[in-house]
Ligand binder design. Structure first.
Ligand SMILES: [Zn+2]
Length: 146
């Protein structure tokens, strides 16, 4: 342990609300930051309000940060470069996330199972640039059991 603050991340794509909670509890997560722009989902249990209620019941602080969402997600030509430029132009967004992450054991959440190719990965890279250690949930050994 080199003293770097850790930040976890998870996508709910292959999770149920129960398995999500198992992952969060397993990592002793105190705070879930929802980085989706809309907070909507075709799976109603992952829509912002029901999700917030599930976290409340579990004793996990829930924060929705639509400002961390990807406004270009409907534009297939933008890819992640547009979002990366968007984040680079908003250091205050990363400042805000960094401050939140320092105060609680925190996981960032969006839908995508894999952070690669997802805007969550860009946020995590920005946090790594600020010296944070990023950890994927579920852990790889658990993924291999799926
Ligand atoms: Zn995503």
């Amino acid at each position: 342990m080199d003293g770097r603050t850790q930040v976890w991340n998870i996508g709910y794509q292959r999770q149920t609300i129960e398995s999500l909670l198992v992952q969060l509890r397993g990592a002793h997560i105190q705070q879930l930051i929802d980085v989706r722009e809309s907070g909507g989902s075709r799976r109603s249990e992952f829509c912002r309000r029901p999700l917030a209620n599930s976290m409340k019941t579990a004793g996990i602080r829930y924060l929705h940060r639509p400002d961390a969402g990807n406004p270009f997600r409907q534009d297939p030509t933008a890819g992640l470069d547009g979002y990366r430029a968007h984040v680079d132009a908003r250091p205050q967004l990363i400042d805000a996330l960094a401050a939140l992450v320092r105060n609680h054991r925190t996981a960032l959440l969006c839908m995508c199972a894999n952070r690669a190719g997802c805007h969550r990965g860009v946020l995590l890279e920005a946090l790594e640039g600020r010296g944070f250690e990023t950890i994927d949930l579920p852990a790889e050994r658990q993924l291999s059991l799926l």
